[in-house]
Ligand binder design. Structure first.
Ligand code: B12
Length: 252
């Protein structure tokens, strides 16, 4: 289905497996819910169909059903939201859907993420906080928002600054809030240089504050550029992030 106006994408060679393939590879093993009658795969398919048909209502129904299944917010984020957007990106890259449909899919997704909001604060507050930002000129913000939400879900305060945040503003907020960690998100590979200079400057000004970096930019290489930097951890998934949070929740 080509609805028209598909943009030119980058070549497949540049980043290996297609979004759809990555989606399949990343798919959770639904056998971990042997007693659950909930049909995750069908729900995902209906959700994706809704996104591609610009049908917010259909998406909302599937999203709410998944939310009510109690499979957990991380699963909803990774297996419904992330997987469907990777598929949308893949279809766009192959010229199968228009820019308009891709933008609508993003807008629908962002509006539905708010439905998860009441779930974020079930845990007692731990008195810890994280500042989460997408680096300057990085306009992909959904992954970063999920990162901030995972902090909230685990009892931390997650200050999310959104897309394209100037470093100066991140630094000012760090000075004001004294967070326990700073997390930076980068999606497009050309954000990596900005990310690395941001990390270097934050580290110089706040040497005691750990820094997490992550996002799709690292799918295409670049981990080696950050892993040697003092106080910096590169985490790829929300699962790795939750493990990091658990490890640090008792640190003073
Ligand atoms: C929506 C979208 C946009 C929207 C973003 C709007 C918004 N509100 O966010 C807009 C239209 C702005 C956009 C623009 C562009 N886009 Co775009 N976009 C997408 C799309 C379809 C979805 C992005 C998304 O939200 N994914 C879902 C989230 C949940 O996944 P995620 O970001 O990976 O985050 C997860 C993890 O990575 C992790 N994570 C993320 N950050 C962090 C940080 C930490 C610390 C941790 C622990 C974890 C973590 O947590 C999340 C949950 O698991 C993707 C397709 C794709 N594969 O993602 C293309 C995609 C990313 N875009 C792409 C491109 C090329 C562009 C443009 C360059 C296009 C152009 N020519 O203008 C511009 C670049 C703009 C810029 N300067 O940033 C390519 C990038 C490929 C590449 N190698 O460069 C993709 C992959 C599409 C494709 N298949 O070709 N895009």
């Amino acid at each position: 289905m080509l609805i028209g106006g598909a943009r030119n994408g980058n070549s497949k060679e540049q980043y290996g497996a297609s979004g759809a393939e990555r989606g399949r590879n990343n798919r959770m093993n639904f056998d971990i819910f042997p007693n659950q009658p909930f049909a995750f795969e069908e729900t995902y398919r209906r959700y994706l169909d809704g996104l591609l048909a610009n049908d917010r209502h259909q998406c909302r129904v599937s999203f709410e059903q998944w939310l009510e299944s109690n499979a957990g917010l991380r699963t909803l984020y990774e297996e419904l939201v992330q997987r469907s957007l990777y598929e949308v990106g893949d279809l766009w890259e192959r010229g199968r859907i228009s820019v308009a449909t891709e933008h609508l899919a993003t807008a629908i997704t962002e509006s539905l993420l708010n439905l998860a909001y009441p779930r974020l604060f079930a845990q007692p507050r731990l008195g810890k906080s994280a500042i989460v930002a997408c680096v300057a000129n990085e306009y992909h913000q959904i992954g970063g928002k999920m990162v901030a939400d995972i902090f909230e879900l685990n009892g931390w305060r997650g200050y999310f600054l959104g897309a394209n945040t100037p470093l100066r503003d991140v630094m000012e907020l760090i000075a004001e809030k004294h967070p326990d960690v700073v997390a930076l998100s980068a999606t497009v590979p050309f954000s990596l240089d900005t990310l690395i200079s941001a990390v270097t400057e934050i580290r110089a000004a706040f040497p005691e504050t750990p820094i997490l970096v992550g996002g799709q930019a690292f799918r295409w290489g670049g981990r080696e550029r950050v892993e040697g930097l003092p106080g910096v951890r590169c985490l790829i998934s929300l699962n790795e992030l939750e493990a990091w949070i658990k490890e640090h929740e008792n640190h003073v």
